[in-house]
Design a protein around this ligand. Structure first.
Ligand SMILES: Nc1ncnc2c1ncn2[C@@H]1O[C@H](COP(=O)(O)OP(=O)(O)OP(=O)(O)O)[C@@H](O)[C@H]1O
Ligand SMILES: NC(=O)CC[C@H](N)C(=O)O
Length: 650
């Protein structure tokens, strides 16, 4: 029976316009009809979007056969050029987050670039099959490749332990194993000593100018007045040393003194206009790692290049907003240290139709628009993960986009398309009914049906589903009044039930007097009527209840940040729909027990949560178990719809 049902279901295709499962021929007919209609409409000046007929659709790739090999990113284009500029047997890179918030999708690109570059140039002789590679890569990462995390933890006022922990976790989840985890704070003493050396070389002074004065020295508000050097640049070395030590020993109030580099105010690059090297933070929060030992902290511009040198970073890869900083990076390293890393800049990954800045997300959380940093409508890694997007799908997306020097603004639907492609062949299929209405099949005999988890991949195995007399179908799959162009259930009409040996024909129905809703449908098997035009999903009586959350775009526009009055004025009211009384077939329990689906990347090592329970709910979408679930309550999030949401970037 399983084979017959598998054969039948495998041949069905989703009609993206109606959401029905139909035979290939039926879909072809429908497509031709629609194409004709569209042609007539276009002749009449009105346009209708048409789904491509089966066979003409773009080939669907599986993650095992990626359209873009992950190595392509390092073999061609920007990153290949970077390597050619500095070919090295011992590539060392670092991913350098500031632990002041949770990482987002853009950071996944930075992680893939930094760890991937080191991995590629450290272990490129290994097979290019990603499945085989995973175990080997873990070993390779630890033993041979030199991709590190370095926390840029130079601003204790903004940093918290929870962010350090979450960042490390994200990198593991993406399937990378840092060869080392380091901290700028490991080098605070060494950095301090080098700051004194810079003073002794007359390349830094302690400055007391405030923000307004500094702005004037740099050409005023719009940069149109002549630039000039501040008077503190004339202080002698001894005075600067005494003052700098005074800063260190707490003799200056926060923000009344800062160490400033003596660069070149004439240089057209603002990064060379005597920028800050050390500052006294306003709040004097204890540092997560060094406590109250330091009252002064190095700036990014002082610490980053020096730490890169201390750690022997060969290729310091960062995003293009640091392009101007390259000059000060090289200037400082050349004065103070022997080993010279090479900084190069690639384009940031941005998504249209959302916000990713930590400050803005904090605003959404505080105003109750979203549940928290991991709300599935956001694009923080926590949110993407909770929503059920697998780490392998995130990486595929990054590899697909590749790396150039341009900042990319990608539509959410492109991201979702990539995720859908990844899930299509890697997760099992189940039946889920969002808004159940009972159908009593009067001539049904109770029996167990053995149905495959995948219509095409026998390796996924099969599970039992009980054919009960009373089953549940989607309320929207029944119409009280039939019509010619309607192909699902209606009085006197036949519809196929997925995985069921025979189609059913509705014979009568009752309604709830109070609500006017259909209460129960009576049906019989239609054993003589031949193949039905359309198939719908169902669940047997006794199936577990589930709360299903369907999320769509949080914002109306493509650029919420630029909307008049700010992104808060751009929030969609219907970005979350909850189906509290959905039902899922019991095969779900086996899917849950066999998680993670798919078994790949960072989830393979046993570190996975409920979100790795992923499946395709036929005709409804891809789903994952939400972290609000308990032993007695199933809560599901839709990962992505089965097709692109035409109403909006979902
Ligand atoms: N959108 C992005 N695309 C690609 N790389 C990014 C993106 N955002 C940050 N990065 C890179 O990730 C690394 C760590 O960044 P860090 O946490 O310091 O980011 P950030 O720029 O403060 O992030 P944000 O302000 O967007 O939260 C840096 O090398 C940074 O250039
Ligand atoms: N060079 C870089 O990649 C910059 C990293 C740094 N943590 C930042 O401020 O974004």
């Amino acid at each position: 029976m399983a084979d017959a049902i598998a054969g039948q279901t495998a041949k069905l295709q989703l009609d993206e316009e109606t959401g029905e499962m139909v035979a290939k021929n039926e879909l072809k007919k429908r497509m031709q009809k629609r194409a004709k209609k569209a042609a007539t409409a276009s002749r009449n000046g009105t346009s209708i979007a048409v789904q491509k007929p089966p066979g003409s659709q773009e080939p669907k790739a599986s993650p095992e056969e990626p359209t873009v090999n992950q190595n392509t990113m390092f073999e061609q284009g920007f990153l290949a050029e970077v390597y050619k500029l500095r070919p090295s047997k011992d590539v060392v890179t670092r991913f350098p987050p500031e632990p002041n918030g949770y990482l987002h999708l853009g950071h996944c690109k930075a992680i893939a670039v930094n760890f991937g570059f080191a991995r590629y140039h450290g272990g490129k002789t290994v097979s290019s099959n990603p499945r085989v590679l995973f175990d080997l890569y873990q070993l390779y990462d630890c033993l041979f490749t030199r991709g590190r995390i370095r926390f840029d933890d130079t601003n204790p006022d903004a940093e918290k332990e929870e962010y350090f922990v979450a960042i490390k976790e994200t990198i593991r989840w993406l399937g990378f194993t840092p060869s080392e985890i380091t901290y700028a704070s490991d080098s605070f003493q060494r950095l301090y000593d080098l700051a004194e050396e810079l003073i002794k070389k007359e390349k830094a002074c302690v400055c007391h100018c405030n923000e307004t004065e500094t702005k004037l020295q740099r050409g005023g508000e719009d940069g149109s007045t002549p630039r000039y050097r501040c008077k503190h640049a004339e202080q002698d070395v001894e005075t600067n040393l005494v003052k700098f030590r005074g800063m260190r020993d707490g003799e200056y109030a926060p923000q009344t003194a800062w160490l400033r580099m003596n660069q070149n105010i004439e240089n057209p690059n603002p990064q060379m206009w005597d920028i800050a090297a050390y500052r006294i933070p306003k709040n004097q929060e204890p540092h997560y790692r060094t406590g109250t030992k330091w009252r002064i902290y190095p700036t990014y511009d002082f610490a980053h290049c020096l730490c890169d040198s201390f750690e022997g970073i060969t290729h310091s890869l960062c995003t293009t907003e640091f392009f101007m900083s390259r000059e000060s990076y090289e200037w400082l390293n050349q004065i103070l240290v022997e080993f010279q890393p090479m900084q190069r800049e690639y384009g940031r990954l941005n998504l249209k139709g959302t916000i990713m800045s930590k400050r803005d997300i904090r605003g959404l959380i505080e105003s109750g628009v979203v549940r928290g940093w991991d709300d599935p409508r956001l694009y923080t890694v926590n949110a993407i993960r909770r929503r059920g997007i697998p780490p392998g799908a995130v990486l595929s997306f990054v590899y697909e986009l590749g790396v150039t020097t341009s900042n990319s603004f990608i539509e959410i639907k492109r991201f979702e398309q990539s995720v859908r492609r990844y899930l299509e062949k890697t997760v099992p299929r189940l039946m889920l009914v969002l808004d159940p209405v009972p159908v009593v099949i009067e001539d049904a005999q109770e029996q167990d049906l053995d149905v495959p988890f995948s219509p095409k991949d026998p390796k996924m195995g099969s599970h039992k589903i009980k054919l009960t007399r009373r089953v549940y179908i989607e309320r929207s799959d029944f119409r009280e009044v039939d019509s010619k162009d309607y192909f699902r259930l209606a009085p006197g009409k036949t519809v196929g039930l997925l995985q069921m040996p025979y189609p059913i024909k509705a014979v009568s129905f009752t309604k709830d007097e109070a609500t006017g809703f259909v209460k129960e449908i009576k049906a019989i098997f239609d054993k003589e009527g031949g193949k039905p035009k359309t198939y719908i999903q169902w669940v047997p009586e006794g199936s577990p209840a589930a709360e299903v959350r369907i999320h769509t775009a949080l914002f109306e526009s493509d650029q919420p940040a630029t909307v008049l009055g700010g992104f808060m004025n751009d929030i969609r009211a219907d970005s979350e729909t909850i189906w509290p009384n959905a039902m899922i077939e019991t095969g779900f329990y086996e899917v849950r027990q066999r998680a993670p689906w798919p078994e790949a990347e960072g989830e393979k090592n046993g570190e996975f949560g409920p979100e790795s329970v992923r499946f395709q709910a036929m005709r409804v979408g891809y789903f994952a178990l939400d972290s609000d679930s308990t032993d007695n309550k199933i809560v599901l999030n839709r990962i992505v719809p089965l097709k692109e949401d035409s109403s909006k970037n979902s």
